[in-house]
Design a binder for this molecule. Structure first.
Ligand code: UD1
Ligand code: PEP
Length: 423
């Protein structure tokens, strides 16, 4: 496991360019195995999830090459094979191999996925979708066995009981080559789903309505890539740097931003009193504003993203009063709280409401990044604190933050990553 060493009282200034979206990338890579040709992506973030997905591809005889933000995947010699359990369990999105393998071979055997420890993460809606398409699903000993009958998958109408990114993507992957028409109702509307549909449509898929709550998929026989797909910018990475810049910055320009994807987050920063200069594809944060407390309630897109509630927390600690966070998607997404308290932060959680009070005397110490956004929020706090903070399990941050040490360097901030071989 890795540790991140962060010296306190470092002010961010300069420029940072946001990378490709983690949550697009981790859906696009499994989707690539549906193609009948080599596929190419650019603006691919250099994150651990990508490297682990490449290990999974290799186990199926799918070669891939990643360098300078470009990823090539050749699925033309794909073979059915057991998937490597350790890599599958290292990330959440490995469950997209359920839908993708089902679409490719009519069957899939996949370990239960890992990913962030943010409370219960059931997959009942994914399974409901696969069954509606005609697959039989058996859950046994940490594995999910999914198989279609001799006729293969058949399009169906699926109404999700709740809005789920993962279930929407998984059913889309299974349905894209199924026979007939699939209609997903109460679908998730996240930009990463639109990105996936764009990639598949450019290869000949017939998906309409991605980005709305009804997605219609007419199955096709073949998917052939003719161009390189550029992944959309990561709105969560952008939001993280914006929040850090507002909390602890002195002139920060965040580049490669689709500002519309950040509307609720930008609105919340402005409600707090953060000055923002919003340009076509970048946002400048002067910093040093007097902040008022706010209430944040997370919701599926276009609501306030759950993945940004923890990165916003260091900023809330600077507001002149008491803020509240209600995470409706993951009420147990609170692993950062005991760690922040160790550093002197006045933050607590009760009955599903996180209370964040103005905290001045923050002190560096050793804290644990139990998951990606908890980890990055501790980094934000460490930059504001007095003294040095050691963030253990920093691999969790590297799961989803593209070249973070280099990017912070570009913002005049020095952090160090060391590997602890004893763990
Ligand atoms: C790889 C990826 O894209 N991860 C994102 C994805 O996770 P993920 O796809 O796992 O999240 P979902 O959108 O599926 O989850 C939303 C809510 O639905 C519940 N649920 C979901 C599926 C299901 O079958 N049954 C069920 O009850 C979950 O417990 C949660 O409360 O969306 C989350 C919510 O925006 C983000 O925090 C994650 O960063
Ligand atoms: C919860 C997250 O990721 P995952 O779904 O990959 O665990 C996240 O990115 O904040």
């Amino acid at each position: 496991m890795k540790k991140m060493i962060v010296k306190g009282k470092q002010t961010l200034s300069g420029e940072v360019t946001v990378g490709g979206a983690k949550n697009s990338t981790v859906a696009l890579i499994p989707a690539a195995i549906l193609a009948d040709t080599v596929v190419r992506f650019d603006s691919v973030p250099d994150i651990l999830d990508v490297h682990n997905l490449m290990i999974i591809l290799k186990s199926m005889n799918v070669s891939s090459h990643f360098g300078h933000g470009e990823l090539m995947i050749d699925p033309t010699e794909i073979k059915k094979a057991p998937l490597p359990g350790k890599a599958i369990r290292s990330l959440r999105a490995s469950y997209y191999f359920m839908g993708a393998l089902l679409g490719r071979f009519g069957e899939a055997i996949v370990d239960f996925p890992g990913g962030d420890n943010i409370g219960p993460r059931p997959i009942d809606q994914h399974i409901k979708g696969f069954e509606a398409l005609g697959a039989k699903v058996v859950e046994e000993k940490d594995k999910v066995y999914i198989k279609t009958g001799p006729e293969g998958l058949k399009g169906a109408r699926i109404f999700f009981d709740l809005v789920s990114v993962g279930a929407t993507v998984n059913v889309l992957l299974a349905a894209v080559k199924a026979k007939g028409t699939t209609i997903i109702e109460n679908a998730a509307k996240e930009p990463e789903i639109v990105d996936l549909a764009t990639f598949l449509n450019n290869m000949g898929a017939r998906i309409r309505g991605a980005g709305t709550d009804v997605i219609r998929i007419e199955g096709v026989d073949e998917l052939r890539a003719t161009n390189t797909h550029t992944i959309i910018p990561d709105r969560i990475e952008a939001g993280t740097y914006l929040a850090f810049a507002a909390a602890n910055g002195n002139g920060v320009l965040v580049k490669n931003v689709i500002t519309e994807h950040l509307d609720p987050f930008i609105a919340k920063l402005q409600e707090m009193g953060v000055r923002l200069e919003i340009h076509e594809d970048s946002i400048y944060v002067p910093g040093g504003d007097l902040l008022v407390p706010v209430t944040v309630k997370t919701a599926p897109f276009p609501g306030f993203a759950t993945d940004l509630q923890q990165p916003l927390t260091p900023l809330l600690l600077k507001a002149q009063g008491s803020s509240r966070i209600i995470d409706t998607l993951y009420p147990e997404r609170v692993k950062h709280i005991p760690e922040m308290r160790k550093m002197g932060a006045k933050i607590s959680s009760k009955d599903g409401i996180i209370t964040v009070k103005r905290s001045k005397d923050l002190l560096g110490t050793t804290v644990e990044a139990s998951e990606i956004r908890a980890g990055v929020s501790l980094l934000g706090l460490a930059l504001m604190a007095e003294g040095t903070t050691v963030i253990t399990k920093a691999d969790n941050i590297l799961r989803g933050y593209d070249r973070i040490v280099d990017k912070l360097k570009g913002l005049s901030v020095k952090v160090e990553i060391i590997t602890d071989n004893r763990e």
